[in-house]
Write a protein that binds this ligand. Structure first.
Ligand code: HEC
Length: 428
């Protein structure tokens, strides 16, 4: 079961509603299934509202042509866009107008992979197809999976990868249409793939929450980033290959550094519903996330930058993630994407935590708190912050817009609070 089958009843309210969110792409009339960023920073979105959105200025442009929910959109290297939908078709667009409709799949088309003058499509009809991106001619078909094909990617110009609900990732000769080998076999259904820019490794995510990285030449496992059993629905690599982002069925986003596969961020980005698609900005400093919400949320990853700048400037300064004290690690992974500790005015979804202890809830003057938090009579102390994450913000302050997240381990909470007490104390 992947994207289309997930319940749509739950309304998603992402962290930092109107005003507090650093950036929102708003305008679609339904959930957003795919978001993709071009090298020049243009953004395209695919939505349940049957349209493709093109965002390159103040006003989004709407590309109308599909007769059903649009699942995937891709920028074509030669210019223009391709989109794939529940109407079983792929449409090629140029200057915002449809130039050809690629018909032939017998099921929903779920993913696209452009390469040079060609574009590959993955369908729930169990096949992948390769088309000319210039005129829409069908160039090749890839048949052999025992279930829906969920994703497709080019390892190199001559080699196509397909990921299927049948639990395999298959490697194909793109010109001949023949299967060369299976690089993943015998597991749970594979939803998503992401490749290193040089093709050296393949990350894949499954319906049972497995997120693994393999050496594409040998098939050997390089890293295992599985965290819980929530289906992995989104996977993306930053353009320079330095970071991998994973989104799951419960709205968590995990960001790892590919150099040592350490986890930099692991946070709940939505309080309900899945993350269906993620993509990095060209400079890697922001992450675009799409899901049940009609708006695409853009997360600044400032801390990523700081850590990278540090590691490239002076490698000896780089701390082994295993030696970072637990409290600091808890904060970096679970809080820093939304909160600063210093009140330096950096824009985050949440209020600064500078001077937190002893402060009444909702006290930062220019931060747009929810009424629930602003009107609560909580004062932040070691005990109340611990309780906040022992039972979760939504239970501690019903109506808060801080996304649901719990820190179950008493020791993890204590270490985090020690760290926060040190780092948020007013500096004399
Ligand atoms: C995905 C974003 C996000 C993450 C991650 C996050 N928070 Fe928050 N936090 C918020 C938002 C948004 C608010 C404001 C809530 C409101 O107004 O209802 C908030 C409010 C708070 C407050 C109340 C502050 C005040 O001025 O009253 C505290 C304390 C807090 N967060 C601590 C944390 C800690 C500690 C972590 C990590 C374990 C964390 N948060 C993780 C978004 C987040």
């Amino acid at each position: 079961m992947i994207r289309g089958a997930l319940a749509l009843a739950a309304g998603l309210s992402a962290a930092g509603a109107a005003g507090a969110d650093p950036l929102l792409l708003e305008g679609h009339g339904g959930p957003v299934m795919d978001v993709t960023v071009a090298p020049d920073g243009q953004v395209a979105t695919a939505s349940f509202d049957n349209s493709v959105g093109l965002w390159n200025g103040a006003e989004p442009r709407w590309l109308e042509g599909h007769d059903a929910a649009v699942n995937a959109v891709a920028f074509l290297p030669g210019g223009g866009l391709a989109s794939a939908a529940d109407d079983f078709d792929v449409i090629l667009w140029r200057d915002g107008a449809p130039i050809s409709r690629l018909e032939g799949h017998a099921g929903k088309v779920m993913a696209l992979a452009p390469e040079g003058e060609r574009v590959a499509s993955a369908s729930w009809d169990g096949s992948a197809r390769l088309w000319s991106a210039a005129d829409g001619t069908l160039l090749q078909e890839f048949d052999g999976h025992d279930g829906p094909v969920n994703d497709v990617a080019f390892l190199d110009a001559g080699t196509l990868l397909t990921a299927s609900a049948d639990g395999t990732v298959r490697v194909w000769d793109a010109a001949a249409g023949t299967e060369a080998r299976q690089i993943v076999t015998g597991g749970f259904g594979v939803n998503r793939m992401a490749l290193a820019p040089d093709g050296a490794w393949l990350a894949y995510g499954t319906v049972d929450g497995t997120a693994r990285v393999l050496d594409t030449a040998t098939g050997d496992e390089i890293a295992d980033l599985s965290a819980g059993r929530r289906p992995i629905l989104a996977l993306t690599v930053s353009p320079d290959g330095s970071h991998l982002a994973i989104g799951n069925g419960e709205g968590h986003i995990l960001v790892a550094r590919t150099g040592d596969w350490s986890v930099l961020h692991d946070f709940r980005a939505t309080d309900r519903g899945p993350i269906w698609s993620l993509d990095f900005a060209p400079d890697g400093a922001r992450l675009y996330a799409a899901g049940l919400d009609a708006a695409v949320h853009v997360w600044p990853l400032a801390d990523l930058d700081a850590q990278d700048a540090m590691s490239t400037a002076d490698a000896a300064f780089l701390t082994d993630p295993a030696t970072v004290p637990n409290g600091e690690r808890q904060f970096k992974r679970k809080c820093s994407v939304c909160h600063t500790l210093t009140g330096d005015g950096a824009r985050r979804a949440g209020p600064t935590l500078a001077g937190l202890f002893g402060r009444p809830a909702g006290a930062i003057a220019d931060y747009p708190y929810s009424d629930a938090l602003a009107d609560s009579d909580v004062t932040w102390t070691a005990e109340t912050v611990s309780a906040l994450f022992e039972i979760g913000p939504a239970h501690y302050v019903p109506g808060t817009k801080m996304p649901m997240q719990r820190i179950a381990g008493a020791e993890d909470r204590a270490d985090l609070i020690d760290y926060l007490r040190r780092e948020t104390a007013p500096k004399e």
